[in-house]
Design a protein around this ligand. Structure first.
Ligand code: ADP
Ligand code: MG
Length: 254
């Protein structure tokens, strides 16, 4: 579980985050929904350890992570540009984070361990860890391709597969669909929903688009002006908006 406790971030006299409290349950799909400039990216950067709060705390499983670097926090940022290596195959892109280490860490991942066990039960005893991840993400037939030979959704799966081998605490997405046309945006939104279900990981998803937040999330945190106004499952935001600001924002884009 990830907890934000009275998180405040000021730039000069400008309080961009003001006493933000939020609980993000393990395995949940949590969206931060709010207009441009309300502090969403600032919150993600603090969570990932790329920026420090002015006051307040970030807790992972009850432990304050203030002195943990971004690497130690092991949060996966999924960038819009995917940051795949064009000259490497899908397989090599996925195992890249482990290339400098032994594969034993990958074998110890709970997710991979259970996938391997199930592969063995199905008498596919020679399945490798990467094969398991590829199967989970529907990349089996694509392992020898180069990123340029993949669709946007497939590239995103590779990026998630690569992050998955590090067994991250959570996946962060910062407006991943904002530059796509409407049709592609719909496809990629479904893709992200599938990835969440398949990996069972905590997804934290930032958007100003309520259709995205409402269709994907277990819980939505509505942010405005550095405050979280309400945290609730999508249907409760419609049925029981906490105040007129939430009602207005939710009502703004039917
Ligand atoms: P969002 O992601 O919701 O659009 P941001 O978190 O990027 O919002 O920014 C929130 C506010 O904080 C904006 O007014 C922005 O200008 C300000 N801000 C963000 N980063 C900095 C910074 N490094 N220095 C000064 N102001 C900043
Ligand atoms: Mg932003």
């Amino acid at each position: 579980m990830i907890q934000l406790k009275s998180l405040t971030r000021a730039f000069g006299g400008n309080r961009v985050l003001d006493a933000v409290d939020l609980v993000i349950p393990d395995g949940s799909f949590t969206s931060l929904l709010g207009p441009s400039g309300c502090g969403k990216s600032t919150l993600l950067r603090i969570l990932a350890g790329l920026d420090q709060p002015t006051s307040g705390a970030v807790l992972f499983d009850g432990q304050d992570v203030q002195y943990k670097s971004a690497t130690e926090r092991n949060i996966a940022m999924v960038f819009q540009s995917y940051a795949l290596y064009p000259h490497m195959s899908v397989r090599d892109n996925i195992v890249l984070p482990l290339a400098m280490r032994s594969m034993s860490r990958l074998e110890r991942l709970p997710l991979v361990t259970s996938l391997l066990a199930s592969a063995k039960r199905k008498r596919a005893a020679n399945s490798s860890e990467v094969d398991c991840i590829a199967q989970l993400l529907g990349l089996t037939a694509l392992l020898d391709r180069k990123p340029s030979e993949l669709s946007g959704g497939q590239k995103q799966r590779v990026a998630v597969g690569r992050a998955l081998v590090r067994d991250p605490v959570a996946f962060l997405f910062d407006e991943p669909l904002s530059n796509l046309d409407t049709k592609l945006r719909g496809q990629m939104r479904e893709e992200i929903g599938r990835l969440h279900k398949r990996t069972g990981k905590t997804f934290i998803y930032v958007t100003h688009d309520q259709t995205e937040a409402m269709s994907l999330s277990d819980q939505v945190a509505v942010m405005m002006g550095g405050h979280i106004h309400q945290v609730a499952p999508p249907r409760d935001l419609y049925a029981k908006p906490a105040n007129t600001d939430v009602a207005a924002f939710i009502g703004e884009h039917p």
